[in-house]
Ligand binder design. Structure first.
Ligand code: KG4
Ligand code: ZN
Length: 351
């Protein structure tokens, strides 16, 4: 089976072709057209601008993903068996561009389309072939999933493919949002997460003791807004002339505050729910400190679980992950009738 994934939930226009053969996923082509340079000058994503850019880029991006399959050029057959489209969550105007395009292609090629959840995609990125160790066949349940992106921070429990129970989530900012907002306070360029983590590599994570939000709350929820306020007050108290040389230590200490609480809660969830697999996904999963400390913590404290994090390039938004998640959604619930296909900015994970 060949699946065309399409993703336009935020500021990446993406299409990917994924083949499923004997329980394995093969990534034929993964095309991501980033709008970072456009939104940089505004310091964040401008929804109207993002949607207009998707409109211009979506067809060339899909064409590029399809051209890799040589047989498409020569035959009149549809280039894939199924289209998986991100239906939500995300920005309404951005999602609509992808959904309308997928619906039109579904009609034109007379093939099924499956509405796919973006957050499910982040976790299913772990089944893509460039990812070490995790294949369809060694994916054991129960599975605890950690989603850490620019808009979401959630821990979910999976007892079967394509089914998710939410067991904890942020009460205010998402982890990626905390990285981005604090990076802006430090004068770093957009998007702040990668810039802050690069600076943190040169700093001492124990230099400053920033708050670990909801560390002792006893549940699996998160809070990052207190950290943001604490960093703001801390910066206001420092001499402007001293700040530049303090920046790496501040960045490393902020990163440690975010990473520690995420790792602590994920490990506790994995123990409490007897997880056999821990999957991590979302843009913040590209963070080196988070990847290594979570892997270490799971292997020492929950040795019966295997811990998987996608290759860094597959942590941030892409359409290959949507193709994989779409495969499982289609397997479980079938295709989405084309007249029911719609964008939903608050689409919940399927239960
Ligand atoms: O999953 P994603 O690409 O988009 C959403 O679905 O939100 O995540 C983007 C987020 C941004 O907040 C970005 O700053 C953060 O992921 N991010 C990182 C790193 N790379 C991306 N945060 C910390 N460290 C990184 N290396
Ligand atoms: Zn995302």
């Amino acid at each position: 089976m060949t699946i065309l994934g399409i993703e336009t939930s935020c500021d990446e226009t993406a299409a990917a072709l994924v083949q499923v053969e004997r329980g394995r996923f093969r990534l034929v082509r993964n095309v991501v057209s980033s709008q970072i340079d456009i939104h940089k000058e505004y310091g964040g994503v401008v929804p109207e601008v993002a949607a207009r850019t998707h409109v211009v880029r979506i067809i060339p991006v899909i064409a590029k993903a399809l051209r890799s399959q040589k047989r498409v050029a020569r035959s009149q057959k549809p280039p894939c068996d199924l289209i998986a489209i991100t239906a939500g969550p995300g920005l309404m105007s951005s999602l609509s561009v992808g959904v309308d395009t997928a619906r039109a292609l579904g009609y034109a090629w007379n093939i099924p389309v499956v509405a796919t959840n973006h957050l499910a995609g982040h976790l299913y990125a772990n089944l893509l072939p460039s990812v070490r160790g995790c294949q369809f066949s060694n994916f054991k349940f129960p599975c605890v999933g950690l989603i850490v992106s620019g808009g979401h921070t959630e821990i979910v429990l999976m007892k079967a493919h394509g089914r998710f129970d939410l067991i904890g989530e942020t009460q205010d900012d998402a982890a990626g949002e905390a990285f981005d907002k604090i990076a802006t306070m430090l004068g770093l360029s957009y998007p702040g997460g990668p810039a802050l983590s690069a600076l943190a590599e040169r700093g001492d994570p124990a230099a400053f003791d920033f708050p670990r939000g909801m560390e002792h709350s006893g549940d699996f929820n998160f809070s990052f807004s207190g950290l943001k306020t604490s960093v703001l007050y801390f910066l206001q108290k420092q001499k402007a002339s001293a700040l530049p040389r303090m920046l790496p230590d501040i960045a490393a200490s902020v990163q440690a505050a975010i990473v520690e609480v995420i790792v602590q809660k994920t490990v506790r969830a994995a123990r409490e729910y007897d997880a056999r697999t821990v999957l991590v996904g979302g843009g913040v999963a590209a963070n080196r400190a988070l990847r290594s400390s979570l892997r270490r913590a799971i292997s020492s404290q929950v040795p019966e679980a295997s811990c998987h994090v996608p290759a860094a390039a597959l942590c941030t938004d892409n359409a290959a992950m949507i193709a994989v998640a779409g495969y499982f959604t289609h397997h479980r619930s079938g295709a989405t009738p084309l007249h029911h296909l719609r964008a939903d900015p608050h689409l919940p994970l399927p239960r």
